[in-house]
Write a protein of this length. Structure first.
Lengths: 216, 261
């Protein structure tokens, strides 16, 4: 298995790795993912570092999202047999990350429109600056609006709990501040999320309908 | 490597919120690559988090606007004389140092729009396109516009320029006036900020290729509140510009915009 892409990799080792990856060997993918995370994730985070913030996500959260998108692209490229030599992969490694970073940056302006409640006049005005607004974006905005309505219908304490948790406060801190146990807060949060299930009705992804067991 | 035992909301939330230790993260990412069907659940979780955060941030913005209106009504009449340009010569504001002009060639390229420069012989529609590009909003900066950065312990209330104010170009220069108040949580707060002026090009913002920088000295009003006033003639071309107020650690504190017409 190829251990480090920063060092020269022999073609035979690389071909063996390609076969393992195309066979979807878990150990081979795990090794590749680990190496890519160590190399490209800090690179993406540095790339975002210039921005004061990244919309509704933190920089590290957005960097991770971009990295996960990049991984999916690497997977496609390996599946298609795009790489035959280690140099080809090394040269494309950062290009993919760069492409996904730019895509994410372009999404930020749209996300501000999708997820921040605003009146229709403001929305129309803001939309004028986003020429490539698609039907998919409009659908996402409708979903966000519905989700916000459901959020508003939650009990105040449930809403505040979700808000503070998603703003980055830890359950243990919240439990101390709210004078209760961490377990109790987890249950309350779970109940709040259960209520939000109604939002997507029959088309809800399974995660909202059942607690699944991680496949072994 | 830690084995992932549960594929549940909490695991996905910890992934989206970047709260996984490295070994668990590697295992989760590997699973994600090999089982892309869980991407829908991840997207849903992200949607939910963004929707919740969006609502909180909007509430904050609205309360800020309300506060701003009340402040403006109560203090506007009394304070107007202080902020008039005519009074600046006698005001106790320290003279800011000379502007630092960035010699970036990328910025210099914008000069063809200066009012006193000769317009080259180009087709009209080409000019219209170039001009439109000079006024095109920078989507990344627009998100940050007119709001104090979160968690900074510093809050700005800008009097001038008004959001997206139109400044008139005279002899290739505009009178840029930045005034307002700032509240700082720290008792021993900063005594001066810096203002950087950028054009609308994302590449210039990312590379910190600002057009001009000014010092923004603060005048202490007590209770952690200070006011500031800066009046400078700045050489700019037609277009949309952003000013970014930064602190002594180069952290962005406020982003505003103005148009040069």
């Amino acid at each position: 298995m190829v251990e480090n892409f920063h060092e020269p990799v022999s073609e035979s080792d690389f071909k063996r790795m390609l076969l393992e990856l195309q066979r979807r060997d878990q150990a081979a993918w795990s090794s590749l993912v680990s190496q890519l995370r160590r190399v490209t994730l800090p690179w993406i985070a540095k790339r975002l570092g210039i921005l004061p913030s990244c919309g509704l996500l933190g920089k590290k959260e957005l960097a991770l999202e971009i990295f996960a998108d990049s991984l999916s692209k690497y997977f496609d490229l390996f599946e298609k047999g795009t790489f035959t030599k280690p140099e080809e992969f090394q040269s494309l490694m950062f290009k993919v990350a760069e492409l996904k970073t730019l895509e994410a940056l372009r999404r930020l302006g749209k996300e501000a429109l999708i997820y921040r409640p605003q009146n229709e006049a403001d929305f129309e005005r803001a939309l004028a600056h986003i020429p490539d607004w698609s039907d998919e974006d409009e659908l996402a905005r409708e979903r966000a609006k519905t989700l916000q309505q459901h959020l508003a219908s939650l009990k105040t304490e449930e809403r505040i709990l979700l808000q503070r948790f998603y703003e980055g406060e830890k359950m243990s801190q919240l439990a101390v501040q709210m004078n209760t146990t961490e377990e109790n807060l987890r249950k309350r949060k779970q109940r709040a999320l259960e209520r939000l299930k109604q939002l997507f009705g029959a088309n809800a992804p399974l995660i909202l309908l059942f607690s699944q067991t991680w496949p072994h | 490597m830690a084995a992932l035992k549960l594929y549940d909301e909490e695991t996905i939330e910890r992934f989206v919120l970047n709260q996984m230790p490295d070994d668990e993260l590697d295992a989760f990412l590997t699973y994600l690559v090999l089982h892309p069907d869980i991407q829908a659940d991840i997207d849903l979780c992200r949607e939910r988090i963004k929707a919740v955060r969006g609502t909180t941030q909007t509430t904050k913005t609205y309360s800020y606007r309300k506060w701003l209106w009340i402040t403006a009504i109560l203090t506007g009449l009394v304070a107007t004389w202080f902020f008039l340009p005519e009074t600046t010569t006698n005001s106790p504001v320290p003279t800011p140092p000379a502007p630092v002009t960035n010699p970036s060639p990328a910025v210099q390229k914008q000069e063809p729009f200066a009012q006193n420069s000769k317009i080259p012989d180009k087709p009209k529609n080409e000019y219209a396109k170039t001009l439109a590009a000079a006024y095109r909003p920078n989507q990344i900066l627009e998100i940050q516009l007119n709001s104090t950065m979160r968690g900074a312990g510093i809050e700005f209330f800008i009097k001038t320029p008004a959001p997206n104010e139109r400044l008139k170009l005279k002899a290739g220069k505009v009178g840029f006036q930045l005034s307002g108040t700032v509240k700082q949580d720290k008792i021993d707060g900063l005594r001066a900020f810096r203002v950087l002026i950028f054009d609308n090009q994302q590449a210039n913002v990312e590379a910190m290729r600002f057009i001009t920088a000014y010092s923004l000295p603060l005048i202490d009003k007590g209770n952690g509140e200070s006011h500031f006033q800066l009046t400078e003639k700045t050489k700019l071309a037609l277009g949309l510009y952003y000013y970014i107020i930064i602190d002594d650690k180069d952290e962005w504190q406020f982003v505003g915009s103005f148009r040069v017409e």
